[in-house]
Ligand binder design. Structure first.
Ligand SMILES: NC(=O)C1=CN([C@@H]2O[C@H](COP(=O)(O)OP(=O)(O)OC[C@H]3O[C@@H](n4cnc5c(N)ncnc54)[C@H](OP(=O)(O)O)[C@@H]3O)[C@@H](O)[C@H]2O)C=CC1
Ligand SMILES: O=C1O[C@H](COP(=O)(O)O)[C@@H](O)[C@H](O)[C@H]1O
Length: 518
């Protein structure tokens, strides 16, 4: 299938500063992303990367690290790359302790040198792949060290978590705002870099089929599932401090709600889109008290269980997790967007570790047709579903009712299941590629603005404070199961159910993805 030209504006000349260049994020995501951009010709040839961390490394050692990371994680194979040495030559390393401001004067010298060598024009992108506690010091030291005196643009890209709650996020924001303007700050939420999350807007606003129905007259509910099979891996310390609501809810899940619920922007420009997303967050119903939280939010923690015959430990026995932890590894919630379009439509969201499958899906369940005379009493009419398959399979699934072939009035559910990842394969950009590309060309659409972040924290803080009051609400679920039973009840009490993820529904006839040339 031919998906045509991209039509994107290329990235500007850029000097990338990767703080935390010896860390996990740089290795798994950032170096491979830079490589893909280079291979696809999206990066200007006039670029350089300075890797920064405390560990000593020569340029050669650093280039070996980068090469290893690309061999392991990139979607293009470096072995087949005749230009590899040319690419690797753009990478430089400097050992630097962020807590030592004097090191930044040295960094400036290196930056000015590379700026001249690669004719970068003073454009600087500072990527902080670091613990958030260091964000303030880096920003300040960049300024004091003269790194922001170059003639081009300066952009700060920062990773989540952006704070622990609203007060800590405000403090963090004040620190970086002392140095950078809001429009120079690119806050990463990697879900916004995912192809199918970006596709939500297009499917909504480019199809006469959906937008007229996109409201409380025709939509019964919206379901968002982010399920993971993994536990907390090596991040027990961080995770136990955060929990599922802060780790996934405050950012990825609320962002997906905004994409589903926003009004059409006046233009497809970053600020117009972000303005509409902010309006959704302003319309989120904040639960009034702990009882309301209890009624609308389920939280759980995994106990020992198994998946595909493999025994799995309880969360409390994971490395770095206290044996008496009451941190949630799962939550499900019924959320309301109290505005004209969405009044009365529940948004059900759930996420958890150690669930049976890894998947991210957004399901739109349309209201059912009246069971009028046309339908025989024997026929159970299923609601229409539109599913955005975000991760790991990317695609769009649409379920309808049709006449059962050969019958008189029999009805059979049929589905169109478009598998984008099957079609596009290796050409699907990974989220970090998209986001690095956007940051380097100054497109902030898929980064979160401060007002979005602060409103999301306001919503989350209310739930967190209720949980602190009622810590006994934590429910246990066996690792490898779909979470606490109460999460099923959340929907059942409204006459709904969670739709199965990652697969077709029982009894339906699927129209496979049309394949080019067939
Ligand atoms: N890993 C992931 O998949 C994801 C990570 N994130 C976020 O990205 C950030 C980085 O995560 P991750 O890469 O996993 O973390 P790591 O712990 O793997 O890496 C941290 C990096 O920071 C460097 N560092 C620590 N202290 C200093 C210092 N004083 N001066 C200079 N460098 C320092 C370390 O290098 P050295 O010890 O050599 O100084 C290392 O390169 C975190 O905020 C995390 O929450 C967000 C989403 C996903
Ligand atoms: O931000 C995070 O996301 C990952 C899941 O991301 P995905 O792209 O693999 O779906 C999650 O594992 C992690 O806990 C969280 O910090």
């Amino acid at each position: 299938m031919n998906f045509g030209e991209l039509g994107d504006i290329g990235a500007d000349r850029t000097l990338f500063f990767i703080f935390g260049a010896t860390g996990d994020l740089a290795r798994r995501k950032l170096f491979p992303a830079i490589y893909s951009l280079y291979r696809e010709g999206k990066l200007s040839k006039r670029f350089a990367v300075i890797g920064l961390a405390r560990r000593p490394r020569t340029n050669e050692q650093f280039r070996d690290d980068v090469s290893g990371s690309i061999r392991e994680f990139a979607r293009y194979k470096s072995e087949e790359d005749k230009q590899w040495d040319e690419f690797a030559g753009h990478f430089h390393y400097m050992s630097l302790d962020i807590n030592k401001p004097e090191a930044f004067a040295e960094l400036r010298k290196l930056a000015d040198l590379l700026d001249d060598q690669y004719d970068i024009g003073g454009n600087r992108l500072f990527y902080l792949a670091l613990a958030p506690e260091l964000f303030g010091s880096v920003s300040n030291n960049l300024k004091e060290g003269g790194l922001l005196d170059s003639s081009g643009w300066h952009r700060l890209v920062i990773e989540k978590p952006f704070g622990y709650d609203l007060p800590s996020a405000q403090k963090l924001n004040e620190q970086i705002r002392q140095v950078f303007e809001e429009d120079e700050i690119y806050r990463i939420d990697h879900y916004l870099g995912k192809e199918m999350v970006q596709n939500i807007e297009v499917v909504r606003f480019a199809n006469a089929l959906f937008e007229p129905l996109w409201n409380n007259k025709y939509i019964a509910n919206i379901q968002i599932t982010l399920s993971e099979t993994v536990g907390v891996e090596e991040r027990g310390g961080y995770y136990d401090h955060a929990g599922a609501l802060r780790d996934m809810g405050q950012n990825h899940m609320l962002q997906m709600i905004t994409m589903m619920a926003m009004e059409p922007p006046s233009r497809m420009e970053p600020e117009d889109i972000r303005d509409e997303k902010v309006k959704v967050l302003r319309s989120l119903r904040i639960f009034k008290n702990a009882d309301e939280v209890k009624e609308h939010v389920v939280r759980g923690q995994y106990s020992a269980g198994e998946l595909k015959g493999k025994p799995l430990p309880a969360y409390r026995n994971e490395e770095g997790v206290p044996s008496d932890s009451v941190t949630e590894t799962y939550f499900a919630a019924k959320v309301f967007v109290d505005n004209f379009r969405w009044a009365g439509v529940p948004f059900y969201i759930r996420t958890g570790k150690r669930l049976p499958v890894k998947t991210t899906e957004v399901v739109v369940e349309f209201k059912n047709m009246p069971e009028n005379v046309y339908f025989s009493s024997k026929t159970k009419l299923e609601p229409n579903l539109l599913v955005f398959r975000v991760n790991p399979t990317e695609g769009i699934y649409l379920k309808m009712n049709a006449k059962r072939p050969g019958s008189q009035w029999g009805i059979v559910p049929i589905a169109m299941d478009f598998c984008q990842s099957c079609e596009v394969g290796i050409n699907t950009p990974e989220a970090y590629e998209r986001l690095l590309f956007d940051a380097a060309r100054g497109d902030s659409t898929y980064f979160t603005r401060w007002d979005e972040v602060s409103l999301a924290w306001k919503f989350v803080d209310r739930i967190e404070s209720a949980w602190r009051e009622q810590s006994t609400d934590l429910q246990y679920y066996a690792a490898g199961s779909w979470g606490p039973e109460a999460a099923q009840q959340l929907l059942a009490s409204d006459g709904f159910k969670w739709w199965p993820v990652n697969g077709q529904l029982e009894g339906e006839v699927v129209w496979a993805t049309p394949v080019a040339g067939k």
